[in-house]
Ligand binder design. Sequence first.
Ligand SMILES: O=C(CO)[C@@H](O)[C@@H](O)COP(=O)(O)O
Length: 232
Amino acid sequence: MSKYQQIKQTAYEANMQLPKLGLVLFTFGNVSLADHKEQVFAIKPSGVPYELLTPDDMVIVDFDGNTVEGKMRPSSDTKTHAVLYKHWPKIGSVVHTHSTYATAWAQAQRDVPIFGTTHADHLTVDVPCAPPMSDEMIKGNYEYETGFQILNCFKERGLSYEEVEMILVGNHAPFTWGKDAHKAVYNAAVLEEVSRMAYLTETINPQAPRLKDALIRKHFERKHGPDSYYGQ
Ligand SMILES: O=C(CO)[C@@H](O)[C@@H](O)COP(=O)(O)O
């Protein structure tokens, strides 16, 4: 019995939520779950269809991206997850999907504008889109560089990873995170829904205005408590 049985089981259950929520097709995407005490995380193996996945298939990886336990090759995005766990110690789980609308905004290299209260219930800023890889980065380790693209985007914009738990990576797709697997998967589903709404809003009215900051604050604080607003 693996000493990591518990996080393998929980990570497996979280991965199985992605096809159930319509966030992935075939082998797209992956969920990981960290054990910060052990400085490891469990992640979906690469290229395994969800319907064939078992808890025992989950691969245990350290925060430098090295495999600690597992028969299969870890997800091709493993080093991106590792960079986030290593630099953002309060996240417990990371989700990567290729959900259609969020990925379309990432491919368009655009932030998802905050047009309505559905978005404002979850975050008070446009969903950030990190710039695509530079030629230099492409020559490097792509997955590590993706992780640093995310860290650098938050640093440049002065965003807190504990407040904004989602990002689009330009020309790639979304990453979300949270204190646990439930929250990280929930954020992935919310991101896809607000991305779909924003696309339809711009299609119906290309001049649609962003939500007023006062209303963003009202809606966010109604859900998250007074003084929880952190602005754009
Ligand atoms: O981002 C990508 C590919 O662009 C990956 O998430 C997707 O193909 C899933 O890869 P893995 O099966 O996790 O190695």
